[in-house]
Design a protein around this ligand. Structure first.
Ligand SMILES: Nc1nc2c(c(=O)[nH]1)N[C@H]1C(S)=C(S)[C@@H](COP(=O)(O)O)O[C@H]1N2
Ligand SMILES: [Mo]
Length: 364
């Protein structure tokens, strides 16, 4: 089962299903088509009938409740938020090229996609349930059983109260105006714009208001940024920092890495994404390893939660062998140059300059 993805999808693993689109398929669409959107799973994909789905809200709430999909859809205002989702492991392949990362998939830049998500604001549901003052974290649970932790565990995560009560965080049942496909968490998933994809729990069936972050393996142990010298099998998870907002990032989608192109004017395009509470201010490309830079044109975005698509035309000479890209965000921060400085034992959050290698042939 390839979950209705395009034939050119790059499948890292079939079971659990882990796949990202080809660069050419991802490029140029502000909203990623459903058959193109990447998918990241830690266990089997549950098949849940919409009528059977239930969400239990408990913990530090005045009015704990169990909601059906029909109740969710009729008791709260419906909202649509265009938002990008990016896996914390996106662009890991460039870290693996520095030093091997055993047991982790070599994701490229396309473990990043954008959808129009429709559902209700988690904030509205929590307000109706009476979120108590001492609730500091909202923990999400799902039914998919992962064999990555020992013993196996169902998937879960948590986010801090301030994020959970921000209006962009959704309990979503539609993606690009279609019912949310099972592979993307249907009937209902959490969508946490600006945070690493791991926090957007699919097939969510329980939300608990609590004083501490979730103790689920995927919150407490995985998706923590460990120091480079730590051994991920023996490290105390407290040595790592818990990932929430994604890092400022960008990459080149056209031409694809490794392409052969004739010398002359060549369209170069890709994405840049700033994550939580920041926007993309500028994107620069270089054909001389960053000695000189050329500013790309930025597309407009439908709101603060999506990536920015960019493009420019470069005059490529037969000597050009690399193109690099770096983005700047609204705080004036930019991306580090070298993935070697970012290497970490689980290969998360590589936001070094995007880089493609080209063979530029003599046009004459
Ligand atoms: N229940 C559940 N939710 C999950 C996951 C999972 O394995 N199980 N993977 C997470 C990770 S790491 C990412 S990057 C996103 C991927 O969402 P997608 O498959 O819709 O692209 O889902 C997140 N939510
Ligand atoms: Mo992820």
């Amino acid at each position: 089962m390839t979950w209705q993805k395009r034939d050119d999808t790059v499948v890292h693993e079939l079971d659990p299903y882990n796949a990202e689109p080809a660069r050419a398929a991802l490029d140029g669409h502000l909203i990623t088509p459903l058959d193109t959107f990447y998918s990241r799973n830690h266990g089997p994909i549950p098949q849940i009938e919409p009528g059977q789905w239930r969400l239990r809200l408990d913990g530090l709430l005045d009015r704990p409740v169990v909601l059906s999909l029909d109740q969710l859809q009729t008791q709260f205002d419906t909202r649509t938020v265009p938002a990008t989702m990016q896996c914390a492991g996106a662009r890991r392949a460039d870290l693996i090229a520095v030093r091997d990362i055993p047991g982790e998939a070599p994701w490229g830049p396309c473990a990043t996609s954008t959808a129009r998500w429709t559902g209700v604001a988690l904030a509205d549901v929590l307000a109706a349930a009476g979120l108590q003052d001492d609730a500091v974290h909202l923990a999400f649970e799902a039914p998919d059983l992962s064999h990555i932790p020992e013993p196996p565990q169902t998937y879960g995560s948590s986010i801090p109260r301030a994020k959970a009560t921000s209006p962009e965080v959704l309990l979503a049942w539609a993606m690009n105006d279609r019912p949310l496909p099972a592979v993307h968490g249907g009937p209902v998933r959490v969508v946490v714009p600006g945070y690493i994809g791991a926090r957007s729990v699919k097939w969510v069936n329980r939300i608990t208001a609590q004083t501490a972050p979730s103790s689920n393996y995927f919150q407490a142990t995985a998706y923590r940024l460990l120091p480079a010298e730590a051994d991920p099998d023996t490290a105390d998870p407290d040595h790592g920092l818990s990932l929430s907002s994604v890092a400022l990032n960008s990459d080149i989608l056209t031409p694809p890495d490794g392409a052969t192109v004739p010398a002359g004017r060549t369209l170069v395009s890709g994405y840049a994404y700033a994550g939580d509470n920041r926007t993309i201010a500028r994107v620069d490309v270089s054909t001389d390893h960053g000695a000189t830079w050329h500013q790309a044109d930025l597309d407009t975005t439908p709101g603060p939660w999506t990536w920015t698509l960019w493009q420019t035309t470069l005059d490529l000479r037969p000597v050009t062998s690399h193109i690099v890209v770096r983005a700047w965000d609204s705080t004036g921060a930019t991306q580090p140059e070298d993935p070697a400085t970012l290497w970490n034992p689980k290969g998360y959050i590589n936001n070094a300059w995007g880089r493609i290698t080209l063979t530029v042939t003599d046009a004459s």
